[in-house]
Design a protein around this ligand. Structure first.
Ligand code: ASP
Length: 309
């Protein structure tokens, strides 16, 4: 059985080598998660996190991130943060420096500046060009957003959102001391309504870790995992004796009870207190992968999640 593990989603691949090395070097799971996510935030090829992330309807890149320490149950989050290279660093500073756990918007940006976080323009040429193509395809005049009621746009139609891409990076890690930490970072749904928060920065929805039982982090339709409290539920089911696998299936049952509202795919990544992993997707798809490294395999592997029938 492995002692140390790093589990991330497909988007996390670029951060896995650093994370694995850090655990081997006896760094804490908390630091490991932060550094792994920083690599993903820096990569313009990951178009749903940090630099190169997809903008909202107003063409602004609004980032969400969270981090949680499973030893102390301390956590920190930022939501709708604009203009900083590493939302995860700001989230960690919220946890470490403030009596609060969650800052959003202007307050989050003000705090980022005060702690000397690295400013950055996250909107790449490629993201601008994709945005322009999207609004042309939807026959939306390029500059109407500032004055129009956005709820009048086709966007407000739930089914019109089905093809919008979503994405996040999540990391869960267990270090040589058995301490578990988790983190998330995302620019959220592409072309989301300004100010929209997904599950990634919401502790209990997109992320929850507790050394005593394990940890969970979710990707895809945050609107659903917020409604079902998914990450917290997985850990609570493990507390009640479920394995990571059983806990994930129980959480999928909870998700399938959701009626109305926007219903889409959810992927749950979990590890138990000993670091045994389980990853499940509520939708069958050939392309989905997660990344895993353990001190038994010593290799970064990409695997397919279990798919719900
Ligand atoms: N869960 C993220 C959100 O709702 C998106 C994703 O992971 O695909 O913002």
């Amino acid at each position: 059985m492995s002692e140390m593990i790093v589990l991330s989603n497909g988007e996390g691949l670029v951060g896995m080598p650093v994370a694995a090395k850090m655990l081997l070097d006896k760094e804490s799971s908390l630091k490991t998660v932060e550094e792994g996510i920083k690599q993903v935030e820096l990569s313009p090829r990951v178009t749903c996190v940090g630099l190169g992330g997809t903008p909202n309807l107003l063409r602004e890149v609004e980032c969400d991130a969270a981090i949680m320490n499973g030893t102390t149950l301390e956590c920190g989050s930022v939501g709708a943060l604009e203009g900083y290279a590493h939302p995860i660093v700001v989230a960690k500073a919220v946890m470490e420096k403030l009596p609060h756990v969650f800052l959003v918007g202007k307050g989050a940006a003000r705090f980022a500046k005060e702690i000397g976080a690295e400013p950055a323009n996250l909107l790449t040429e490629e993201a601008i060009s994709n945005y322009s193509s999207w609004i042309k395809k939807n026959n939306i005049p390029e500059n109407i957003f500032k004055d129009k009621d956005l709820s009048l746009l086709p966007y407000a139609n739930l089914s019109a959102n089905e093809n919008l891409s979503k994405g996040t990076t999540i990391f869960l890690a267990r270090d040589s001391k058995g301490n578990i930490a988790g983190g998330t970072s995302t620019s959220g749904w592409e072309y989301k309504y300004p100010g929209r928060l997904g599950d990634s920065p919401i502790i209990g929805a997109g992320l929850y870790v507790d050394n005593r039982y394990g940890g969970a982090a979710c990707t895809h339709t945050g609107e659903m995992t917020i409604r079902a409290g998914t990450a917290r539920a997985v850990v609570a089911y493990m507390k009640k004796g479920a394995t990571a696998e059983e806990a994930c299936h129980d959480a999928v049952d909870d998700l399938s009870a959701l009626k109305r509202g926007f219903i889409g795919t959810v992927v749950i990544h979990a590890i138990d207190a000993q670091g045994n992993p389980y990853v499940i997707s509520t939708e069958k798809t050939d392309t989905l992968r997660y990344c895993i490294w353990t001190d038994v395999s010593l290799e970064i592997e990409q695997k397919k999640p279990v798919m719900v029938d």
